[in-house]
Design a binder for this molecule. Structure first.
Ligand code: PGA
Length: 252
């Protein structure tokens, strides 16, 4: 399966800075044909990035969205608005948003709405440090996955991002990622859950990507694991050189 490497810039980069990044990144990227590359800038930079990406094959994504198309939802952005700007992906249920109160039920509405609009949800799931030490990882992954995928028929239209919350850098470049063995174990578990919820064929076709301190130093070994189909990259995606190195290390 072709890998998917997505940049999650979080609340970083103005529109001007984002456009400069894309110009730089396009010059140094080598084998983007070996991977689908998605850039998820802040909402305010979507338009500028969309313009810069034209004709490049690199795709655009949002970091969140509301589930309704329009209405009295102050401060929200709808899937229609994202579509108009050329967004093909949306990160949904990121732990940064779960931390401020997003629950599986709301994330589920967003996933359904994105699919209806032809936006590919990058659905984030993952356990916290406390949950891991209490040996609750598998229960957490199962309840987040079943809660967020209620009513989703075609699972292979969804990208699942396994993001162990304890491995996310929060901007700290020396934060350690999950080991390739621990990540692979969780990915295999998620694949098996999908097999049970759907079927073997559908589970095999669904991309399960890893997020949490992926960087040039560890991307190659993580991406070489059989059940790791790509990466969701935060901190290391803010620099065009390090993000390009990650993309270039993705296998065919
Ligand atoms: P990180 O972020 O690569 O900085 O750990 C990943 C994410 O939160 O999506």
């Amino acid at each position: 399966m072709k890998k998917l490497i997505a940049a999650n810039w979080k609340m970083n980069k103005t529109a001007g800075e984002s456009a400069l990044f894309i110009g730089e990144f396009k010059k140094i990227i080598k084998n983007e044909k070996n991977a689908d590359v998605v850039i998820c800038p802040p909402f305010t930079a979507l338009s500028a990035v969309s313009g810069e990406l034209k004709g490049s094959g690199i795709k655009l994504g949002a970091q969140n969205m509301h589930f309704e198309d329009f209405g009295a939802f102050t401060g929200e952005i709808s899937p229609l608005m994202l579509k108009e700007l050329g967004c093909q992906y949306a990160i949904l249920g990121h732990s940064d948003r779960r931390e401020i109160g997003e629950k599986d039920g709301l994330i589920n509405k967003k996933v359904i709405s994105a699919l209806k609009k032809g936006i590919v949800p990058i659905l984030c799931i993952g356990e916290t440090h406390e949950q891991r030490i209490k040996d609750e990882t598998q229960d957490v992954l199962e309840s987040q996955l079943t809660g967020c995928l209620k009513g989703v028929e075609n699972i292979s239209n969804v990208v699942v991002a396994y993001e162990p919350v304890w491995a996310i850098s929060k901007g700290n470049p020396s934060q350690k990622a999950a080991t390739k063995e621990d990540a692979e174990e969780a990915h295999l578990f998620i694949r098996k859950l999908l097999e049970g919820m759907y079927n073997e064929e559908a589970a095999k076709k669904t991309r399960i990507i890893y997020g949490g301190s992926m960087k040039p130093e560890n991307a190659k070994e993580l991406l070489a694991m059989p059940n790791i189909d790509g990466g969701l990259v935060g901190n290391a995606s803010l620099n065009p050189k390090s993000f390009a190195e990650i993309v270039n290390s993705a296998n065919k």
